[in-house]
Design a protein around this ligand. Sequence first.
Ligand code: CFM
Ligand code: HCA
Length: 534
Amino acid sequence: MAFREQDLDALMYEYPAKVKRNRKKHILVRDTSQQKQEIEANTRTIPGIITNRGCAFAGCKGVVLGPLKDMVHIVHGPVGCGYYSWLTRRNKARTDEGGKNFIEYCVTTDMQESDIVFGGEKKLAQLIDEVVETLKPNAISVSATCPVGLIGDDINAVSKAAQQKHHIPVLSFSCEGYRGVSQSAGHHIANNGLMEHVIGDSDSEEAPGKYAINMLGEYNIGGDSWEIERILEEIGYTLVSVMTGNSSYEELREAHTAELNLVQCHRSINYIAEMLEKKYGTPWLKVNFIGIESTVESLRDMALYFDDPALTQKTEEVIARELARVEPVMEQYKKICNDKTAFCFVGGSRGHHYQKLFKELGIETILAGYEFAHRDDYEGREVIPDIKMDADNRNIPEIKVEKDERRFRLKIPPERMEELKDKIPLSNYPGMIPDMKDGHIVVDDLNHFETEEFIRILKPDIFASGIKDKYVVQKMGIPSKQLHSYDYSGPYAGFNGAIRFAKDVADGFTTPTWNFINPPWQNEPLLSGTVEEG
Ligand code: CFM
Ligand code: HCA
């Protein structure tokens, strides 16, 4: 059914007027006749509403720092904060030869009532001593949970003292859960800390190999990064670091030597991309390795950036071989998935990234959104190219693109500039809204009430989101796919990931389970009300 802007009022029938006014700004029905549609985002969830969002601690320790495997990540706080952030995100890591890997450890000060009353600094200092002695990590992070900020423990001072005592980096992060409005604040805190204390903290000036790149915003969930690395390394790229999937403190120190930064998840790490650009002049390129088409497009953009015929040729060879292998398999799954509809609601980038992969299977995303993205993730960031040649620099051909003091140097031979300038992938991100079709819905910080209402009205064939709403939706008789943890499957990125995803989704549609579940609307009327006489 076609959904219209005015249908939103009916959908929100239970909201008090003030709440309705607020939530309406976070929901839009796509209308391509409008030049630009705006949405409110990155604001506080209304207290009492059941949101899927996480906290700043989750964004800092869980998302950005957690995957760094040669570090021990200490949670200073009650045991629950450590326990519930222990391995649930499925950021995988393999131990390098002779290397250290503490990913499977859950290390916390386990604060008790007495620590809240008398302070937990001593306990933290003792735990750091114990960690150094027993685990000998390359570095330690200390992340603060809510009570730490409330009682005023100075984790910064404790960490500094421990660093002097043990001669290993002990980094503290004031990422108390209540900071900011979601996990997004935690990404920022972690990014700042890594940039200040880790990235570039080595004497290396040269990259370790040819076509040296960092991959930012890739966390190796379900092994995604390994599949992307397989492709990039075969083409001939040197991965200096991945931020931060399957990565290490030691790898990150070298990140400044890369020639180009790829940005997979824009939301969680754009700060580092921008800071690297400012500090070292390294440009960044938005990529997307979710979906076959997006993967191919990203590989071609990268080849265009380096503009080396041998690299371009190898890129095309790998693309042709992989497409010949995976496309016939996708065709088979498409027969099951074709003409179906999806809701796709995930954190800060996957709500958009997965839409193309759904599309490749013939599944249309009719409602999408992010938990905690900012407006530029929805509306895009505009970079107006103002291309100038540097006449003195003809031996190192480059294009300078300037906007808001941001400069991108793209190595393109001058004679090809005219031909390539419109194709150059600038450091920008078009956002989710322009990719949505007329009548489709974009929702920021979708909550449980709205989820049920939208499902009742639009009845999608598959619902993609996270653990907090998965089971409610499945009990309504609709297959659900966790796009955070991949329901213990994966990888879903790259060519092999697309096939794995297609199989999992097709299995979701064809399982006989659905014969045993009656969706509520089969037995209950969709409308209810009273008829007044007279
Ligand atoms: Fe980036 Fe992520 Fe996401 Fe994210 Fe997350 Fe995640 Fe996510 Mo869960 S970094 S914004 S804070 S792509 S943990 S790996 S799945 S909400 S859409
Ligand atoms: C987080 C992590 C999370 C949660 C997933 C979910 C993840 O936000 O702290 O709600 O299903 O990907 O593990 O986003």
